[in-house]
Design a protein around this ligand. Structure first.
Ligand code: NAD
Length: 255
């Protein structure tokens, strides 16, 4: 078991990539805080999920675009398990809108969850890790769009680009505390965030044309890399982005 008795907080952990990471971490022996956003039905869903784990786990409702909720979640993790070793900033949203039409409200909504939330949780988590004597892992689920443009998704791309520099800066600044900080940049993974594409054969075909590997990725494939980065095997790994994209970012010019 890679993560025996480690304590991990995973945001947005009841669906898609976050759920796969929570499931994998629990199977690797970690005690997992399964964060879910306030929404009818989510509490039951999270409780059922953690009931299937063989390790102790905590389902925690928190809007991770708000400081107070995030700080309560870190306090709850420490109260329940006595410490905190791993933070996975996974929760994220995207809004499709031409740049000329993006409203302030849309910009702030995406930024609050995708960029401000990871800043706050990384800070609250790192403060706890330092107070324990140091050591810890921060993993951000960014996106290939931390690097490559995606027209009509400007707030999303800006938030993921911001996460890239947040990660690089924290990796340098927190190294003295032996807290590693890395990003995972998924390409097109089959999760609810891509529901519209997956339900539309033409959009699916267009997406597959961009992916040399010829298929969408699976959430479990992202979770494998997260399990490695969260483990002691990744002791000397910090300050980098790990792409899981079937070659999407290595596109060749086709004309
Ligand atoms: P998803 O929609 O299943 O996951 C997003 C999760 O965030 C959901 O569980 C949702 O409930 C949660 N969430 C939304 N608002 C929240 C809030 N205010 N507080 C707490 N949780 C909240 O989709 P996913 O693909 O699993 O996305 C997970 C992460 O992966 C996101 O950051 C996304 O940008 C990133 N990502 C996904 C893909 C992909 O192709 N699926 C590609 C690149 C990056």
């Amino acid at each position: 078991m890679k993560l025996k008795d480690k304590v991990a907080i995973i945001t947005g952990a009841t669906s898609g990539i976050g759920k796969a990471i929570a499931d994998r971490f629990a199977s690797e022996g970690a005690h997992v805080v399964v964060n879910y956003r306030p929404k009818p039905g989510n509490s039951e869903k999270a409780s059922q999920q953690i009931a299937s784990y063989s390790t102790r786990a905590l389902a925690f409702e928190a809007d991770v675009s708000e400081r107070a909720s995030i700080e309560k979640m870190v306090a709850a993790a420490v109260s329940e398990f006595g410490r905190l070793d791993i933070v996975v900033n996974n929760a994220g949203i995207e809004i499709e809108r031409p740049f000329l039409e993006v409203s302030d409200e849309e910009w702030h909504k995406v930024m609050a969850l995708n960029f401000y939330g990871p800043f706050v949780l990384s800070q609250a988590g790192a403060r706890q890790m330092v107070s324990q004597g140091g050591g810890g892992k921060i993993i951000n689920i960014s996106s290939v769009h931390e690097d490559i443009p995606f027209p009509n998704y400007t707030p999303y791309c800006a938030s993921k680009g911001g996460i890239r520099m947040l990660m690089r800066n924290l990796a340098v600044e927190l190294a003295r505390y032996k807290i590693s900080v890395n990003n995972i940049a998924p390409g097109a993974i089959a999760t609810p965030i891509n529901q519209q594409v997956l339900e539309d054969p033409q959009k699916t075909a267009n997406a597959l044309e961009e992916i040399p590997w010829g298929r969408f990725g699976r959430p479990e494939e992202v979770a494998s890399v997260a399990a490695f980065l969260a483990s002691d095997e990744a002791e000397y790994v910090t300050g980098s982005t790990y792409y899981i994209d079937g070659g999407l970012t290595q596109q060749v010019t086709k004309y």
